[in-house]
Design a protein around this ligand. Structure first.
Ligand code: FEO
Ligand code: CA
Ligand code: CA
Ligand code: CA
Length: 571
């Protein structure tokens, strides 16, 4: 029987205990199944995933991408489509069939580029299971080579021009798409995050500009080796190419022939997700985090207003950018990034957004990850995942990172969730009030601020909140991308997980524990709220998982569908 406290709770499930199992653990009365797995062909002309080779460039181009992240379900009549980011790849997994576990030739690079981007898949439910509709005309792979259009203030600017695109209006591909957004007019927003890690220089003495350095572009890549097979990733030959990544990409999930549009008006940084709300005056307001230590939190406000049932295809093409300043007294302000406040042109603000934000004195944050807006009131939440550099060293722009209001702990290895209420309940207002919903921590190890806030205890503790989404009832779903070693500062916290928070009471309960060495990221519901789709990213990133196949199988990132055994509502 439930205790009175349990009966009063809106979190009507039995909390899952932390664990280090190599599977997905859910509360009693819930079940999960696989919807889409890295390497699974989307068309019958593709080939089944080959455990021995782990696929080729050709097989990957016809298959679901790797490292599932942000996603959204779209519905048109009886058609259900999932648009799903494939953020990046783990060399040790996708090239694990090679002794070196490294990309060694052009086909390896082709496979790597094809494993990135976005997978758009029609899915269908039958017998309580959701599966990809193989050969659906709606299925689409968007990869690091898909033609895109550059739109907005930076379109055609000299900084976007390259040898292959002297007009600076088109670019090839999207990669490292982390979180996502969706619009009320039915488009999907894929958010380019760590775009820098794919560029390198064949000339070791090449010195990246200060602007490239602010974005972490270096002469060495992160091991993807794309420049070895595709010269545009060589910055000594094509120094403007990195300026064509780091944007939000708008995609029509029901038109596989459409050209994705990069929205430069929404700024260039390491985009996490894009939380879009329509303000009371009809303008589209998009909240966006820049996930890097000591970087900022942004807001885009469209020039135009949302036309219900009308043509909104250009609404995200022009607008104003703001960056958050949090005051220690619980107030805050959105600082406008304009030619007047920054001394930069509109195009330069769109391309070098971080530099513009530093000029106006924005608040350095502990890695802003996903933002989510309460469905029933004007209150917005953002995960600040962690920041080992807080109070230790400035950000890449030299901005001070001493502790401040919403980022109150030095060497913050647990993270927190900040929330703010726009002045007058109006998302276009420049003022707001803020407080912390939760400070994550470990009360079994610490008794100071690192124990966490009062709503954290030995039974629900976690670290590094990252994915974040409200359900339609106003419960807050929290996904973690943290330290899973389960010892020291992280003792008792187990594998990465998903929790549910009640914004009204502060209560937090653990709903899901992921398999070994995964991150839990990406969340969307079926329209009837009887299925919850969740992403399991990089299980076995350090070679200690065989999820989901078990036995000696290759670990594979996948999307799962969670249902109640009684097919009841979730959330
Ligand atoms: Fe791709 Fe900030 O996580
Ligand atoms: Ca993330
Ligand atoms: Ca993260
Ligand atoms: Ca990740």
């Amino acid at each position: 029987a439930l205790t009175p406290a349990e009966a009063a709770s809106r979190l009507s499930f039995e909390q899952v205990a932390a664990n280090t199992l190599d599977t997905v653990t859910l509360p009693k009365g819930y079940n999960w199944s696989i919807v889409a797995t890295w390497g699974q062909p989307l068309w019958s002309r593709g080939t089944e995933f080959d455990e021995a080779t782990r696929g080729t460039g050709a097989s990957q181009e016809l298959a679901f991408g790797d490292n599932t992240d942000g996603m959204a379900m779209f519905v048109d009549g009886d058609k259900h489509v999932l648009a799903i980011n494939n953020e990046y790849t783990n060399r040790s997994i996708i090239y694990g069939a090679r002794e070196s576990k490294l990309p060694e030739n052009a086909d390896d690079v082709r496979k790597g580029k094809a494993a990135h981007g976005v997978s758009v898949v029609e899915v269908k439910e039958a017998g309580g299971r959701w599966n990809i509709v193989t050969d659906s005309p709606l299925n689409r792979r968007i990869t690091a080579d898909t033609p895109m259009e550059l739109t907005g203030p930076a379109r055609g600017h000299d900084l976007l021009k390259t040898a292959a695109d002297p007009s600076g209006t088109t670019s090839l591909g999207t990669w490292n798409n982390c979180g996502n957004g969706r619009t009320p007019w039915g488009t999907y927003l894929a958010c380019e995050e760590n775009f820098n890690g794919y560029f390198s220089s064949s000339d070791e003495n090449y010195k990246p500009s200060a602007e490239l350095s602010r974005y972490g572009v270096k002469t060495k890549d992160w091991g993807y080796a794309w420049a070895t097979a595709d010269e545009r990733f060589d910055i000594s030959k094509h120094p403007h190419e990195p300026n064509r990544a780091g944007y939000i990409v708008e995609i029509d999930p029901f038109d596989p022939a459409s050209t994705p549009k990069k929205r430069t008006a929404m700024g260039r940084f390491k985009h996490e997700n894009a939380e879009l709300v329509i303000a009371s005056n009809g303008q589209a307001v998009v909240y966006m985090g820049d996930d890097e230590r000591g970087e900022f939190l942004y807001k885009f406000v469209s020039d135009g207003t949302y036309a219900v049932g009308g043509d909104n295809s250009d609404l995200l093409e022009t607008g104003s950018l703001f960056v958050a300043k949090f005051n220690d007294d619980g107030t805050g302000e959105w600082l406008a990034l304009t030619p007047e406040t920054t001394g930069m042109s509109r195009a330069e603000i769109s391309i070098h957004t971080r530099i513009a934000a530093s000029k106006v004195g924005a608040t350095t944050m502990d890695r802003p990850e996903w933002v989510s807006s309460h469905p029933k009131k004007a209150e917005v939440y953002c995960c600040l995942t962690n920041n080992k550099n807080r109070g230790v060293k400035p950000n890449a722009g030299g901005d001070d990172t001493s502790v401040n209001g919403p980022n109150p702990r030095e060497k913050n290895n647990y993270g927190q969730i900040v929330r703010w209420q726009p002045e007058g309940g109006d998302h276009v207002a420049s003022g707001f009030n803020w407080n912390l919903f939760v400070l994550a921590g470990n009360p079994t190890v610490h008794s100071d601020a690192y124990a966490g806030s009062a709503n954290v205890n030995a039974d629900n503790m976690f670290n590094s909140p990252d994915g974040l989404a409200f359900d339609t009832t106003g419960l807050l779903w929290i996904q973690t991308d943290g330290n899973y070693k389960n010892e020291g500062d992280f003792a008792g916290q187990g594998n990465n997980q998903m929790l549910v928070g009640d914004p009204e009471t502060g209560e937090i309960k653990r709903f899901l524990v992921g398999p070994k060495e995964c991150e839990v990221t990406g969340i969307t519901w079926s329209p009837d709220r009887r299925t919850l789709f969740v992403g399991i990213q990089h299980p076995g990133e350090k070679s200690n998982s065989h999820f989901p196949g078990g036995g000696a199988s290759v670990p594979r990132s996948c999307v799962i569908a969670i249902k109640r055994d009684d097919n009841g509502l979730i959330g």
